[in-house]
Design a binder for this molecule. Structure first.
Ligand code: SF4
Length: 503
């Protein structure tokens, strides 16, 4: 008997932390089914934590004062988990957090934690996913964890051939069946390509992992169809280095892909990563319009700007110059700023900053701040500003040339700079994006913090909404915005959402 343990993945291209279901568990499930005719079991790391660290007692979420995100994503009772583990011959562990973020309802597993949790399990243990290649760097700014090669029976990035797009064609279809074991609503991450046609950024592992390759749009649409049939209605086309670069930026393929998935009438269809340089390319405008017309509102293009300091851009061979990034921000605003039916603008840019790159100085932070002020001053909208400290992964130029040198040098400036960005930019942006009185539709209540409930719409980079009462978790509500925090809003319930309630 095969069992998959999902300790969650977060890579520069590809998210698999709940509520997002990554591609790895689905491909592995499909591969096992195709090769051995078996339906593998799916367990989350939360299931293992419940069994081994909490004596199997599942919390009553409605009664918890503060929701525990370590044991939130449970797929079954701990008796059932124990029974599965006893019968497992091969345990396939999926892990790898390479671009650590903040997760509202999940805590990904580190290799260190996995070693502890899996120690008592007798089965053959295989590690796959991004951690099998480069460890897992849960905390930005530190060196990646090294692999405990002795612990796993096998460390295999290409388990049963899950790396080959020829194999994935069928694995992905069969893999959709895994969602029948997941009792909570998920957003399925869809893969359209690997590698990067620019491929030179000093910190990035994507060019190390894969050469440039795209999936056929028919395959992706078929996969989405299989997932829809299995009960999934939320999709994020997020597993690729740049959505606009799909099939070499081929407008026909991009249209066919979006049209095909949109025809399934999903509740959510969003994208993720975008290289700003592709937005201002000759096909960029047409692709932006296609995204706006086929995707659902609240969509975000996460721009890998990384830094507005030209010197840092040059020394790290980043993909976009400050001037190009600004033009791309304007271009997406031009077509996407209109408000959609769920209360959010249709399609907005977001910005990723990375701290600790080669050549970074205190002045770099000032330059970044000035650009942000300029964006604000021009009346443009930015849905989110993501600030991360770099993880110097082995094999990258950053690791070889600088390691943590610039992080250590500049770290003392980060906190106050970050707070300025939150106060002077994020806060002002939020007031523009969702002014008081805006009604956000279908916000799912997710966690409690005392008397307050926090929830989000399902989608790519959803806004966190706080409500001053305890709402039933897992239900969807329409919420009127009544105030703004630095990166979230407060609101009051005005009605039940129209989305389906938690399975
Ligand atoms: S553009 Fe840079 S950061 Fe993005 S995938 Fe390519 S190499 Fe990586």
């Amino acid at each position: 008997m095969f069992t998959i343990v999902d300790a969650y993945t977060d890579e520069p291209s590809g998210l698999g932390v709940p509520p997002y279901l990554g591609t790895y568990p689905r491909y592995v499930y499909g591969a096992i089914n195709e090769r051995f005719g078996e339906e593998a079991n799916y367990l989350t790391i939360d299931d293992l934590r419940l069994l081994f660290m909490h004596d199997g007692k599942a919390p009553d979420k409605e009664k918890e004062t503060v929701t525990n995100p370590w044991i939130y994503n449970l797929t079954r009772s701990s008796e059932e988990t124990a029974r599965i583990i006893r019968g497992t011959k091969e345990l396939v562990v999926i892990a790898g957090i390479q671009t650590p973020g903040k997760y509202l309802i999940a805590r990904p597993g580190t290799l260190h934690e996995l070693k502890r949790l899996l120690a008592r399990i007798k089965a053959r243990k295989v590690l796959t996913g991004p951690a099998a290649l480069a460890g897992t760097g849960l905390i930005g700014g530190k060196h990646a964890e090294s692999l405990p090669l002795d612990f796993f029976s096998s460390v295999d990035t290409d388990y049963l051939g899950i790396n080959s797009y020829d194999n994935i064609r069928e694995y992905a279809i069969k893999g959709a069946g895994i969602v029948r074991q997941i009792p909570y609503t998920i957003i399925a991450e869809l893969e359209t390509g690997r590698g990067c046609d620019i491929g030179k950024c000093s910190f990035c592992t994507e060019p190390l992992k894969s050469r440039l390759l795209f999936r056929d749009f028919h395959d992706v649409v078929r996969e989405a169809g299989a997932l829809k049939k299995a009960g999934v209605s939320h999709f994020r086309i997020g597993k690729q280095s740049c959505f606009y670069s799909y099939d070499g930026g081929n407008v026909h393929s991009i249209r066919s892909l979006l049209r095909g998935i949109s025809a399934l009438e999903p509740e959510v269809l969003h994208i993720d990563n975008v290289n700003p340089v592709k937005v201002v390319s000759s096909a960029g405008e047409e692709i932006t319009k296609l995204i706006v017309s086929y995707c659902t509102p609240g969509n975000v293009a996460a721009f890998g700007v990384e830094s507005f300091d030209s010197d840092v851009v040059r020394r790290n061979t980043l993909n976009s110059t400050p001037e190009i990034s600004m033009r791309a921000i304007e271009a997406v605003n031009r077509f996407g700023a209109e408000r959609g039916r769920n209360g959010m603008p249709l399609f907005l840019p977001g910005i990723n900053f990375i701290l600790g790159l080669i050549g970074e100085t205190r002045r770099t932070l000032e330059i970044n701040m000035n650009y942000l002020k300029d964006i604000l001053g021009r009346g443009l909208l930015l849905r989110r500003i993501n600030i991360r400290q770099v993880v110097p992964f082995p094999g990258t130029r950053l690791e070889a040339e600088a390691g943590t040198k610039f992080l250590r040098k500049n770290r003392r400036y980060y906190y106050s700079w970050r707070m300025r960005v939150r106060r002077e930019i994020d806060y002002e942006m939020l007031k523009r994006i969702v002014p008081e009185g805006t009604i956000l539709r279908d916000v799912r209540a997710e966690v409690y913090d005392g008397r307050r409930t926090f929830g989000r719409q399902l989608g790519t980079y959803p806004l966190t909404v706080g409500v001053n009462e305890r709402l039933e978790l897992g239900r969807f509500y329409d919420i009127r915005v009544i105030g703004h925090m630095l990166r979230s809003v407060t609101g009051e319930v005005v009605g039940e959402g129209s989305s389906q309630h938690e399975k």
